[in-house]
Design a binder for this molecule. Structure first.
Ligand SMILES: Cc1cc2nc3c(=O)[nH]c(=O)nc-3n(C[C@H](O)[C@H](O)[C@H](O)COP(=O)(O)OP(=O)(O)OC[C@H]3O[C@@H](n4cnc5c(N)ncnc54)[C@H](O)[C@@H]3O)c2cc1C
Length: 415
């Protein structure tokens, strides 16, 4: 490979914080709000111009997994955000799940960040980290303002892709791309008669499968649901295999291919499916939907052996979809920490779990719950002047219970 040598240059340090959260998805916003509420001077650095990650930019407008099917498993900040969405008339209960309007979610996240005094740094892509003696000194951001450094005492990686693990050179796992879950492009369609459309599909599954195939879609999964607007439906049925979202060339190919498939599919549906005659595309998601990329290799890796396990350092629960073990599992704090860097904590999709169990931990509620724990732990570490792995976990859990996080057994034991 040919190389260009970058000349050494000084990068301006534009600000210094207690806690810097990288990535403004559901996990990152939760982490930032919780860190700030616990008294830390906090910044949220996000590459796009809005918060929400997959929940807004990925058009994933459906929150699943607050319950184990019978009783609540996740409350805390996730419950607070969803209650607010209902109050804004921007959400609807669909069975156990919550459907929401992504534009209102952006607005809500902006307000929550502002009310908690989190400094939003949008339009900044974290491209590197300056590390010394096992600690991050600063992250390096890229954007229209050029290359800039942001210093903090503690960093939270909420990028979904464990970008800081890569930049800091600490171990992470990522599958070969032929074994990664497919990426998807969500899209919204207007002018559709959903009742007639659903009835037609139910009675003519073979025609639907044939059309999907003709549009070039080989991964048959996902579905569709009405949105909060009349005659409008959100689709999650167009997928692409063999895509590593940490490879820009793969992402480019996937985005172009997914858009083509969607337009082909809409044309075929309009010509062949009842209820779809007058349908039109409202939008495709501004960012491709990623399920699976880097996961940090943490102090502990949650595996199948842990489906019924109890941990002293449980910081939240996640619904268990495997049918084995308990209806919900405990998530240990150690899954959020890495051995290599003392002032870095992970949350959201990239925490330390076995690949085959990732589905349990990557849903929005669990990402918010690990974000809540990461933000609270970060602020606590700053206030005590301690490394993240040395904080008193009992006090952390007490703080989380005060924030309405469900840690039942622990809460009873300290009563
Ligand atoms: C197609 C699809 C359907 C899904 N369906 C559902 C569902 O129905 N219900 C459900 O609950 N969950 C669902 N999920 C899962 C869920 O949406 C995601 O796993 C969840 O949003 C992950 O949250 P996160 O905050 O960890 O990461 P993300 O939502 O990916 O957010 C990461 C944020 O970090 C930013 N970022 C990344 N790298 C950098 C960087 N280097 N510098 C600065 N910013 C950066 C990104 O722009 C983004 O805003 C679905 C996911 C997909 C892809």
């Amino acid at each position: 490979m040919d190389y260009i040598r970058e000349l050494p240059k000084d990068i301006p340090v534009i600000a210094e914080f207690d806690v810097a959260v990288i990535g403004g998805g559901p996990a990152g916003v939760s982490a930032a709000v919780c860190a700030a509420r616990e008294g830390a001077k906090t910044v949220l650095i996000e590459r796009y111009g809005y918060p929400g990650g997959q929940a807004t930019g990925g058009l994933v407008i459906f929150i699943v997994g607050l319950t184990d099917g019978k009783k609540p498993v996740i409350k805390g900040i996730c419950r607070e955000f969803t209650d607010d969405l209902f109050e804004m008339q921007a959400a609807e209960q669909v069975g156990n799940h919550i459907l929401f309007n992504p534009e209102h979610m952006k607005l809500l996240f902006d307000s929550k960040l502002s009310e908690s005094n989190v400094e939003p740094y949008y339009h900044r892509y974290v491209a590197d980290a300056a590390v010394k003696d096992g600690k991050i000194l600063a992250v390096i951001t890229e954007g229209k303002s050029g290359r800039q450094a942001v210093k903090a005492k503690v960093f939270i990686d909420a990028t979904g892709d464990a970008d800081l693990a890569k930049h800091c050179g600490i171990p992470y796992d990522i599958h070969e791309k032929d074994r990664l879950m497919p990426v998807s492009l969500g899209f919204r369609v207007g002018g559709l008669n959903l009742g007639i459309f659903n009835e037609f599909i139910n009675n003519n599954r073979a025609i639907y499968d044939e059309l999907i195939g003709q549009a070039g879609i080989t991964v048959k999964t996902g579905g569709w649901v009405h949105t909060l607007n009349p005659r409008e439906v959100w689709f999650n049925i167009v997928h692409e295999n063999n895509t590593d979202c940490t490879d820009c060339s793969d992402l480019t190919r996937a985005e172009i291919s997914l858009r083509r498939k969607i337009h082909r599919l809409i044309r075929l549906f309009k010509e062949n499916i009842k209820g779809f005659e007058n349908a039109y595309i409202i939008d495709t998601a501004p960012q491709v939907g990623v399920r699976d990329s880097r996961r940090v290799r943490g102090l502990y890796r949650f595996g199948e052996k842990d489906l019924a396990a109890r941990f002293e350092d449980t910081i939240c629960r996640a619904p268990n979809y495997t049918g084995k073990g308990n209806p919900s599992v405990e998530v240990p704090y150690r899954c959020l920490l890495s051995d290599g860097i003392k002032n870095l904590v992970f949350c959201g999709r990239s925490i330390s779990v076995e690949h085959k169990l990732l589905d349990m931990f990557r849903e929005i509620p669990c990402c918010m719950a690990t974000g809540q724990a990461a933000g609270t732990a970060a602020a606590f570490a700053v206030s005590q002047n301690l490394n993240l792995r040395d904080i008193d976990v009992i006090t952390l859990k007490e703080r989380l219970v005060c924030q309405n996080v469900i840690l039942e057994e622990f809460a009873q034991s300290v009563k």
